[in-house]
Design a protein around this ligand. Structure first.
Ligand SMILES: *Cc1c(COP(=O)(O)O)cnc(C)c1O
Length: 361
């Protein structure tokens, strides 16, 4: 038996049917493809951070409940005392935990296009993933279609990214409330881009017991540390906590995130700079004939190229030394679409020059 046949005979059909999550090689390129914060820390803060790590007991298992970090997160995010928190190795792991807890054949509903891991992990687990297209042009929720899907399929869980990735918009708040009030399942509001948005469902947790709010420190500027958190009712978080691996948040992450969150002022400055640049980039992009940039409440901008030109424009921008994300291959509403992460002033200028060049200007 070949090893290929061995693998095919051993693993579930859902696993065999998956394709791996691919990350583009950014070596030598201005990296504007992954919604990372482009800024590093001042030397003095780096020194202070390293001192805080110096005596970390890496020979010991970390605190399985990350009690200190949990308390810091609660305080910094004004999370009510009666809400429970679940920490994950990135919010990706929390998405996995949520879906692993569902019964076989459960349905999972999400608008499309949205964050790809919802489908990737649902497919891997053999769940019934139900994508409901967003409205063309506005990328707004198609509430009537979502309500039909809820009535017909009774989804156990609904994912709503708020703001949405890859469109960058905040969905209509009242539409999300209607979903919360209609579904008999859970609604996970994924607030990965909360630092850049002036809106949140965090203060509605007491009102809706089926609401879970998910956040991450990745887009804030700590993507390398891998920490996400899920906030919700203790009865729901408590069940999910049973399937969490005991030491999923390593001790360097616990210490480093705790340290970083004590420097909130630094992140506030960086976030403000990113939001200013988002506005400038948006205006400049829309001044190019043939380009339509969509308004964004996140740290990236989705834009549409002239019909049939997205792949070529993406490649030309890359040849000019700037890596962004080509969404055109995903098709549907993302046909002709590219996405750029907001970087530093210099990085954004490099992107604008590359875009202008690709458009033949
Ligand atoms: C980036 C992103 C995540 C993943 O965050 P990690 O904490 O880095 O795993 C989750 N949801 C959305 C909508 C994202 O864009």
């Amino acid at each position: 038996m070949t090893t290929q046949n061995l693998a095919a005979s051993l693993f579930r059909k859902e696993v065999l049917a998956l394709s791996a999550y691919k990350v583009a090689d950014a070596q030598g390129l201005v990296k504007l493809d992954a919604m990372e914060n482009p800024y590093s820390w001042p030397e003095a803060i780096k020194t202070e951070w390293l001192a805080c790590l110096r005596d970390s007991p890496i020979n010991r298992y970390p605190d399985p409940e990350a009690k200190q970090l949990t308390a810091t997160l609660k305080q910094q995010n004004q999370i009510a005392d009666d809400c429970a928190l679940l920490l994950g190795n990135g919010s990706d792991e929390l998405i996995q935990l949520l879906l692993m807890a569902l019964p076989p054949n459960a349905s999972v509903l999400a608008p499309t296009p949205c964050f790809v891991m919802y489908k990737q992990i649902s497919d891997c687990l053999g769940l019934n993933y139900l994508p409901v297209p967003l409205l063309a042009d506005s990328f707004e929720l198609d509430l009537p279609a979502m309500l039909v899907a809820i009535a017909e399929q009774q989804p156990s869980l609904i994912f709503i990214a708020y703001p949405n990735n890859p469109s960058g918009n905040l969905f209509n708040e009242q539409a999300i409330i209607t979903l919360l009030e209609t579904t008999k399942g859970l609604v996970v509001v994924d607030e990965a881009y909360a630092p850049f948005a002036q809106a949140s469902f965090m203060d509605r947790l007491a009102e809706y017991p089926n609401l879970l709010v998910m956040r991450t420190v990745s887009k804030l500027g700590l993507a390398g540390l891998r920490l996400g958190y899920l906030v919700g009712h203790g009865d729901i978080i408590g069940q999910l906590n049973k399937i969490r691996l005991p030491y999923n948040i390593n001790c360097l992450t616990q210490l480093s995130v705790g340290f970083a969150l004590s420097k909130q002022g630094l992140f506030d400055q960086q976030t403000a700079a990113i939001c200013n640049e988002r506005q400038r980039l948006f205006n400049q992009m829309n001044s190019f004939a043939g380009i339509h940039a969509y308004p964004s409440a996140a740290n990236f901008i989705l834009f549409k190229t002239p019909s049939g030109q997205a792949d070529q424009i993406f490649e030309l921008i890359k040849q000019h030394g700037v890596l962004i994300k080509n969404l055109n291959p995903q098709g549907g509403l993302l046909e002709n679409c590219l996405r750029v992460t907001v970087g530093t002033v210099e990085e954004n200028n490099a992107f604008l020059a590359a875009l202008g060049n690709a458009l033949g200007r």
